[in-house]
Design a protein around this ligand. Structure first.
Ligand SMILES: [Zn+2]
Length: 436
């Protein structure tokens, strides 16, 4: 008998999401030093240590949310159902201008992390302001996150100029370069809010420290028209011409690329963060995701901020994606349940260039594991576990969440942050938003 830190036993289904989509039934996962050290049938007989039963559960890798603005949970539901311009100019921007501070970001991110853990998300990508506050929340909770300060050409709550934003980004990168939970990145906001010079400087910084370059691209028709008017090019071609497109680029949205641009994305190995619910709620359009996947482009899934979603449920998000693209393409074979779950796991890991450690349940990888409770009539009968997750369940069916071998959710209870305190804080900030 060998010693283990934690053994998940008798798991009804294990969906490893590895290259061959290997599955196990009534099998075990063995964890030591934060890593998966063994997986398969009858493994529990070879080890001793703390055990948790996986009976009536499906094990999947920790879910990856490839695009969000966590602190915006404090603006959830504010000014909904307005035209994009009205929503931004009369609700979101004034509230942010008035309130965004270290405290706002810390409280908002705590709330977001609580919700993400509850829904089985173990890694997220965040672009906002005061990323030091976000990092603090990440460290306190033990979740993982790619964090970047939004860099824009006009003054932001965190920086008066883009150069100050870049300088803060560099300091942040140096601080967290070797961290196992905080993965610092460079975050130029978008081609329409950053000058060519800012986009290039940001890219140089990402190259220098080998980080992700996270940016919103081709989100709306407005953006496409604006970039055409200013630079005589569509957004992806504009970025290509500036020399800021390669494998480190994680582009959020990509709703309106041309055929030629899809080829450019594929050739340059740019990764996509698909945010279907935000694109639907803000009426931005439908991204040509099946075509991009067909061309071999890595596509992860993202919630975007809750102000335009309005939740942080990745299972709900892949369910929306799978149905949206079937309906839009009049083809029920498009984006099947396996592909949808891949977007939330291994493809998400590839999108953030962490597939060597995250995204699948394999020996040697980080023990970031989610158990979904299937002992509930709404998930029975169960013909196919992938189908059940994508079409019948949602984040609230997540029973257990483990990150680096540590329990973060057990029996559907989040073990980090105090729920009552978070609700109090949310209401404190609601009153601040409403104060004239
Ligand atoms: Zn966004």
């Amino acid at each position: 008998m060998k010693k283990a830190d934690l053994i998940l036993t008798d798991i009804s289904y294990i969906l490893t999401m590895d290259e061959n989509l290997t599955e196990y039934k009534n099998a075990d996962i063995v964890i030591k030093d934060g890593k998966i050290i063994d997986i398969g049938e009858n493994k529990k007989n070879e080890y001793f240590g703390k055990t948790i039963t996986g009976k009536n559960k499906i094990a999947i890798p920790g879910l990856i949310n490839t695009h969000t603005h966590a602190a915006m949970t404090l603006l959830r539901g504010y000014g909904s159902d307005n035209p994009l311009k009205v929503w931004l100019e009369e609700y979101i921007w004034p509230a942010e201008g008035k309130l965004v501070s270290y405290e706002f970001v810390k409280d908002g991110t705590d709330t977001a992390i609580y919700e993400m853990l509850r829904n089985g998300i173990t890694t997220f990508v965040d672009m906002y302001f005061y990323e030091d506050a976000v990092a603090q929340s990440v460290k306190e909770s033990g979740i993982r996150a790619v964090l970047c300060t939004g860099i824009l050409d006009f003054p932001t709550p965190g920086a008066k100029t883009p150069d100050e934003g870049l300088q803060k980004t560099e300091e942040f990168i140096k601080q967290f370069e070797k961290d196992e939970n905080v993965f610092p990145a460079v975050g130029p906001h978008a081609p329409y809010t950053c000058s060519p010079q800012t986009l290039k400087k940001a890219f140089e910084l990402a190259e220098k420290y080998d980080t992700l370059y996270h940016i919103h691209v081709s989100e709306t028709q407005f953006e496409v028209n604006d970039i055409k008017e200013r630079y005589g090019n569509t957004p992806v071609k504009h970025l290509k011409q500036l020399g800021v497109l390669n494998e480190r680029v994680l582009a959020a949205h990509m709703v309106h690329p041309t055929e030629e641009e899809i080829d450019i994305i594929a050739e340059n190995k740019v990764k996509i963060a698909h945010c279907p619910e935000s694109n639907l709620k803000l009426a931005s359009g439908v991204a040509p995701i099946p075509k991009m996947i067909e061309k071999g482009i890595v596509v992860g899934i993202g919630t975007d901020g809750t102000a335009s979603n309005d939740d942080l449920d990745i299972i709900g998000e892949i369910s929306t994606a799978a149905k949206l693209h079937k309906g839009y393409n009049l083809d029920p074979t498009v984006l099947n349940a396996r592909q949808a779950l891949k977007m939330a796991t291994i493809e998400g890991a590839k999108a953030i260039r962490k597939e060597d450690k995250l995204g699948s349940l394999e020996t040697g990888k980080n023990a970031d594991i989610v158990l979904i409770d299937i002992n509930d009539p709404h998930l029975q009968p169960l013909f196919d576990p992938y189908t059940q997750i994508v079409y019948s369940s949602n984040g609230k069916d997540v029973d257990t969440v483990i990150i680096s071998g540590e329990l973060k959710v057990l029996n559907k209870k989040v073990l980090v942050f105090d729920k009552e305190h978070l609700i109090e804080k949310a209401n404190y900030w609601k009153n601040k938003v409403l104060e004239k």
